[in-house]
Every structure is written in structure tokens, then in C-alpha cells.
Ligand binder design. Structure first.
Ligand code: GLU
Length: 412
């Protein structure tokens, strides 16, 4: 089943439970707007190459649409559409005044020079320029894009408008109106969600065994914060495979090693494992923080963790969800667990619109407040209604969008 199919399956399951109005149910099943662009750029060899880019705005009922831009060889319209829908429920669940969007370019940034990536970013921005803007649609980093990518997007947009527009993208460098705390926001949010989950099952962070799939921005930040609190991070990985030590990996040393060597492979005193094996190692908490579709009906029954906190978007298929629920695994769903990024993006946008910037403490305290409040709201409702955390989170998100649609009415 494709990623989009599993997101739609989840949507059908939840909207059935919600008894959503048929018209609204159909409306929200499809994106409001999907843009496909071709992006010709001059490669370093002197040859021209054309890449395909996408921006899908799933819904804009609550406000401008919001969501990241990813650069990856697997990017296509279906994937971006699925991720855009997830952003709608994520923003609504977190009560941000945003709809959901996502974008991406099908490319392999590992095989491209910095110059080529800059050209790609600037031309992509130009191709979608009429669809984005601080009141329209606000991109941000996602897989393989970062502060530098956002700086180029912001510059390209601003040059064409003729004035500097800070609020057109978030996740920018500080000097260009970025927010303190944004770069580590998603990983920190994941950490807060582990902190909360552990209390639910009556354990404590110290000595807790954690396996993390990934070691990118989200995974490495979560790993560091958990390590600092005395957790045993037993495994992490990159796209090629993972490293494992049942007594815990020294994350501080690993971060240093990864920075020096641009990879985690070759790190001493660990066993190498596959990404598949990583999911089923002996641990208390599993954090899938790489890509979608990792926890499936084929491995869900073998997962040892009692808590799963989804750092990635869509790492668990609906079939796997059913297995995990029947096994009483406590799962914090992606739209809640990884919302720290978009919540701080919202703070960044607010600061940009006001030209007034907050201290790091203000940012982090507000993030923690919002995330723990929503976590507890989802938890309480899920216990009251005896439905799993994901279904509950989706219900809250979809319900908010649907209420807003009802209040606005149908145009014309
Ligand atoms: N790409 C991140 C996500 O999936 C952040 C989006 C944003 O900050 O707009 O939530």
C-alpha cells in the first residue's frame, strides 16, 4: 500500500468514527491545490538537468497553509499530498492558525554540489512564487533541507517582491528573522513527549533504554537530550543502517564523530544492525525518526518497546497500528510527537510579522506548555473514549478544521 493510500485509509477510519458530515468528509479527502513544476538548472558539468518539484496545499480553512519542503529521490506528488494532509491535522491539533501544506523536489542532494542545490532552490521558489507568501503558504525545512535552504528561498522571494519579507518561510538563520530554538524544535518536542509518556507508564527517564531510527536533525537532537537525562540510547541509524550497543551509546561522542566523519558508520564499540533490526531491538522506547512506512504488519508484533514516539511523519502503517494497539503499546502519533518544529515555526512567523524577537527561554517554555497541554488532552480523551492516541489526535485535528469549515460556510 502506498503512503498516500495508508494516510487515506486512516482518514476514512477516523472520519467514520467522527460521523463527519459527508460533504466536508469528501472535501477534506482531497487537497485544495496541487502544484507540479519542472525545474531546469545548469549542473556543474555545464549540462542542463530538469527536476520535478511539488507543492500541495491540502487545506487553508484555518489560515495560511504551512509545511516543509523535502529534497529526496522518492519525492512525488502522492507522497507530498499525504504529508500535506498530515500537516493539516497537525496544525489543527496544535491549535495553530494554519492549514497544511508540503512540498518537495525529486532529487538526490547527496550527489549535488552546494551551488547546484542553491540553483535548484532558487528556481523552485520562483516556480511556486505566486502560491507562497506570509499570508498564503509558508514553507519550512524538512528532510534534507535546512536553514541555508530557507535563507535562499527567503532571498529569492524577497528579490522578486522588491523588499525583504521575513515571514515567507520559517526555519531561517537567526540573522534573517529565524527563531531561537527552531533548529532543534522538532527533536526537543520529541524529547518532551518521551518525558510525558514515561510518566504514563510509571517509569523514569534515568536508565531507560531508547532505540532511535535515524540520526538526522530530529533523531540526533532527541538522542542528545535523552542521553543528557541519563537514558541509554542503545541504537541509532542512517539510511544505510544502524549502530547498536545494549549498554548505551555515548551520544556526545557520536555527535562529535558524526560531525568529523559526516557519517555514523565506523563509530567504535558498537555492533552494526539494519534499519529493520533496529525497530525490534530490546528497548523501552522506540523513536522512529527517519522516513514513512517503517513499522508495518511484518514487524509490529516483534517490537519490544512499550512506548513509541513518532519523530518521523507517517512511520507506522494502519495495519501495524492495529497490532500495536492490541498489544497495548503506548504510541504518541507523529502529528503530536513531531509538532515541535511547526509550533516553533509558528513562533518564528509571529515574531517576523511583529519584528519583535523572543528569548530562547520564552520560546522553549511556550513550546513545552503547548505540547504537554495537547498531550494531556489527547491522553485524557483517548482514555475516556477508549480509542488509541492516534485516532484521538486525528479526531481533534479533523474536528477543528471541520468546525471552521461549518462556521465559514460554502462559497459562493
Ligand atoms: N517539516 C516539519 C514538519 O513536518 C516542519 C514544518 C513547518 O515548520 O512548517 O512538521
Amino acid at each position: 500500500m502506498s503512503f498516500l493510500m495508508s494516510v487515506l485509509k486512516q482518514y476514512d477510519l477516523v472520519t467514520e468514527k467522527l460521523k463527519l458530515d459527508d460533504g466536508i468528509r469528501e472535501r477534506l479527502r482531497y487537497p485544495k491545490r496541487s502544484l507540479i513544476v519542472s525545474i531546469p538548472i545548469r549542473m556543474d558539468t555545464g549540462k542542463m538537468k530538469v527536476f520535478m518539484g511539488y507543492r500541495v496545499q491540502h487545506d487553508v480553512t484555518l489560515g495560511p497553509s504551512k509545511g516543509g519542503i523535502r529534497y529526496h529521490p522518492n519525492v512525488n506528488l502522492e507522497e507530498v499530498s499525504a504529508l500535506a494532509m498530515l500537516m493539516s491535522w497537525k496544525c489543527a491539533l496544535m491549535e495553530l492558525p494554519y492549514g497544511g501544506a508540503k512540498g518537495g523536489v525529486c532529487c538526490n542532494p547527496r550527489e549535488m554540489s552546494e551551488k547546484e542545490i542553491e540553483c535548484l532552490t532558487r528556481r523552485f521558489t520562483t516556480e511556486i512564487i505566486w502560491a507562497i507568501g506570509p499570508q498564503q503558504d509558508i514553507p519550512a525545512p524538512d528532510m534534507n533541507t535546512n536553514m541555508q535552504t530557507m535563507a535562499w528561498m527567503m532571498d529569492t522571494y524577497s528579490m522578486q517582491k522588491g523588499n525583504t519579507v521575513l515571514g515567507v518561510v520559517t526555519g531561517k538563520p537567526l540573522v534573517l528573522g529565524g527563531s531561537l530554538g527552531r533548529e532543534e524544535g522538532t527533536g526537543r518536542g520529541v524529547y518532551y513527549m518521551v518525558e510525558e509518556s514515561v510518566q504514563v507508564i510509571g517509569k523514569e527517564l534515568k536508565g531507560l533504554k531508547v532505540a532511535i531510527q535515524g540520526f538526522g536533525n530530529v533523531a540526533s537532537t532527541a538522542a542528545r537530550l535523552l542521553f543528557e537525562k541519563g537514558c541509554k540510547v542503545v541504537a541509532v541509524s542512517n539510511s544505510k543502517g544502524g549502530i547498536y550497543n545494549q549498554n548505551g551509546i555515548n551520544v556526545k561522542n557520536l555527535l562529535h564523530y558524526a560531525k568529523e566523519n559526516k557519517t555514523i558508520s565506523g563509530f567504535p564499540d558498537v555492533d552494526t544492525i539494519t534499519n529493520e533490526d533496529l525497530l525490534t531491538v530490546d528497548c523501552d522506547v522506540l523513536i522512529p525518526a527517519a522516513i514513512e512506512g517503517q513499522i508495518t504488519k511484518f514487524n509490529a508484533a516483534d517490537i519490544k518497546a512499550k512506548i513509541i514516539v513518532e519523530g518521523a511523519n507517517g512511520p507506522t502503517t494502519p495495519e501495524a497500528d492495529a497490532i500495536l494497539t492490541s498489544r497495548d503499546v503506548f504510541l504518541v502519533p507523529d502529528i503530536l510527537a513531531n509538532s515541535g518544529g511547526v509550533v516553533i515555526s509558528y513562533f518564528e512567523w509571529v515574531q517576523d510579522l511583529q519584528f519583535y524577537f523572543w528569548t530562547e527561554n520564552e520560546v522553549l517554555n511556550r513550546l513545552k506548555n503547548i505540547m504537554t497541554n495537547v498531550f494531556n488532552r489527547v491522553l485524557l480523551l483517548s482514555q475516556e473514549r477508549k480509542v488509541d492516541m492516534r485516532t484521538t489526535a486525528w479526531m481533534l485535528g479533523i474536528n477543528r478544521v471541520s468546525e471552521a469549515q461549518k462556521a465559514r460556510g460554502l462559497f459562493p
